[in-house]
Structure formats: C-alpha cells, structure tokens
Design a protein around this ligand. Structure first.
Ligand code: P6P
Length: 336
C-alpha cells in the first residue's frame, strides 16, 4: 500500500507484512537507520560552520584520508544500530574488521548484520557537494546465540533482505528496498519526519546520461573506451549527456530519476575497480534491479558474485538496463 506523503513510520507499519520472517525487527532496523541519518544530516548541513570538516588526521583501511565527518557518521550509525538490539554485527568502510555486537544480555541473539559506507563521497565535503550513506542488510547465517562470523558478511548480494542509501543533497532523502520495489522518503528537517515523496521509483525506459571519471580514459579497458565513444556519437538518441559528481549516491540517484548509467571500470591505479562490493555495489545493485535497472561488473551480475573479503573491490556498471547491456556488449566484444 503506497500513499504519497505518508510518513516513513506509517509506511513501515503498513508494509510490515512485506518482510516474511520479521517480527518487526527489520522495521526497527530501518527506524534506527533513519534516526542516525537525521543526526548525520544535521552535522553535514552545518559542516562549513563547525570544525568538523577537513581530514581527521587518520587514514582508513582504504588508505584514504578520513574526513572528520566520515568518523562522526561512522560512530553515529554504529551507536544507533547497536542500541536497537537488532544487529549482531556491523561492517563499515571505515573499520578494518567487522564489529561484533553481543547485545545487552551478551547472548549474541540478534539476527541481522549491517554493512555500510557511512559517508560516501566524503572528498566532496569540503567543497559543499552532496554526499551519502549506503547500507546493506542480511540475516546472519551463523548460529544465533554465537558471536557473528566473517561468513555472515561474505554473503552474495542476492541474499540481502534490505538495502538503501541516504543522499544529503539539496534535500535529504532516504531511498530503500526490502525486495518489494524502491521507495524514496524526503526529510522535513523542521519536523524531523520523513515523507514518502518518491513512491515506487523506477528507471525511465530510456537513459541519456553517462557517469564516469573520463580522466581515467587512457587506463580503461578497450571495451569501456569504445562504449564511451558510442555514448558520444552523433546518432538518433545520442550523444548522451556526461554528468559525474564524484559521489556515487548522488550520481546513482540522479540517473535513477532521469535515466542513465554510472560506471567505475578497472584502471591502472584500481586494477579491480575502486568501488567496494559489499557496502557500495551490492546495495546499489539491489536497488537498481528493484527499480527495473541492472548492475554488473561488465560481465557478470553483481548480486551473484561470491565475496571473498570484506573490502574487496569490483568494476561496477549500474543503471538503465539497456545502457548497462550495451556497455556489456562492448566489453564482451573487446575482452582485454
Ligand atoms: P574518483 C567516492 O570516494 C567514491 O567511492 C564514489 O562515491 C565516487 O563515485 C568515486 O569514489 C569517485 O572516484 O576516482 O572518480 O574520484
């Protein structure tokens, strides 16, 4: 049941039954994410006013400078998820290893794990460009009552029970799926409530935007170079428009609304691609497919990739189904 401008809380209650085996746990989990998103949004929106932007003087497991807001967002999501007694473990881009959450009775009875990029696109913070949070939720596979294991996090994306993102843009939106379509909620910061502003989000039939860092062109595989030239040809439906913000969540969100493809292929400095499979590509791929789109590594479906390590990277092509399939065609014809 979808009623535009319904609040997120009303929407979750009305659609609770969607989620097969949840006794309200998933709803409480989504609720905890929306609370943390509100808190992070408050800080993101005043980042220029307080000493919270700029590097935190640390580097994360990716070897990237940690921006203070990265650290803040990571702490807030971990704290909120831990307090809700629903997750038994969390994996984050900002943490080398996963975090075990035993629960207030120290009995490891919680059934879900969350994987997240707490603040994606953080290099944009200091220049006032949109950033985002990405999250992915699974049911644990190791025995309830025992400490969470790495296997609980290394599940293929086709086992996700929910996934979503928050985009801290001109307005702040929470977009998520539980496998029954994609719905977008816009935050009214004055009231602290989220309203169903984008029900049943779908990629348009045709896409005309391509999003890639063309600065890496010389290092792209031949198939990618040929696809980019295809996008730029003077033909009936082309040239496409090139739009690249450098923030996956923002590029993805715009492309899902307007129609387009985002791709981060392999490059010389990123031989496996740059984006992380578990907490960037899998959640965005789940959302993309639920919105009628497609996501692959240029050859295979992202959601079917069996993960081997927490922070593994994969090449990523995601957006309108026919645009992704055209890119895959060029990749297949020009294997390196
Ligand atoms: P580049 C941000 O660090 C990120 O993970 C994505 O949000 C973004 O699309 C990409 O990296 C930008 O990477 O190499 O083009 O600056």
């Amino acid at each position: 049941m979808i009623k535009k401008n319904q609040t997120l809380g009303e929407f979750i209650i009305e659609n609770q039954a969607e989620f097969a085996y949840s006794s309200g746990e998933l709803s409480r989990l989504i609720n905890s994410i929306r609370l943390a998103a509100k808190v992070v949004n408050h800080e993101v929106n005043k980042a220029g006013l307080v000493d919270i932007t700029g590097a935190a003087g640390e580097t994360n497991v990716q070897g990237e400078d940690q921006q203070k807001l990265d650290v803040y967002a990571n702490e807030k999501f971990i704290q909120t998820l831990t307090n809700r007694e629903i997750v038994c473990g969390i994996a984050s881009e900002e943490n080398d290893d996963f975090i075990t959450i035993a629960g207030s009775n120290n009995d490891h009875k919680n059934k879900y794990v969350v994987l997240m990029d707490p603040l994606d696109g953080s290099s944009n913070i200091d220049v006032n460009v949109s950033v985002g949070t990405i999250f992915s939720i699974y049911r644990r596979v190791s025995p309830v009552g025992t400490p969470v294991q790495l296997e609980d996090f290394l599940q293929p994306g086709n086992k996700q029970v929910a996934a979503g993102y928050v985009v801290y843009g001109t307005s702040t939106m929470l977009v998520y799926t539980t496998g029954h379509g994609v719905n977008g909620f816009t935050l009214n910061p004055a009231l602290g409530s989220w309203y169903l502003s984008h029900p049943n989000m779908k990629f348009p039939e045709k896409g005309c935007i391509y999003s890639v860092n063309e600065g890496n062109y010389v290092h792209f595989p031949l198939g990618v170079k040929k696809y980019i030239k295809y996008c730029q040809e003077e033909k009936e439906d082309r040239p496409y428009t090139s739009r690249y913000i450098g923030s996956l969540v923002s590029d993805f969100h715009r492309n899902m609304i307007k129609g387009g493809i985002y791709f981060y292929p392999t490059t010389s400095s990123a031989p496996n691609g740059k984006l992380r499979l578990l907490y960037e590509c899998n959640p965005m791929a789940f959302i993309a497919e639920q919105a009628g789109g497609k996501a692959s590594n240029g050859f295979d479906r992202i959601l079917d990739i069996d993960p081997t390590e927490l922070h593994q990277r994969v090449p990523f092509f995601c957006g309108n189904r026919e645009m992704v399939e055209k890119a895959e065609e060029f990749m297949a014809k020009n294997p390196e």
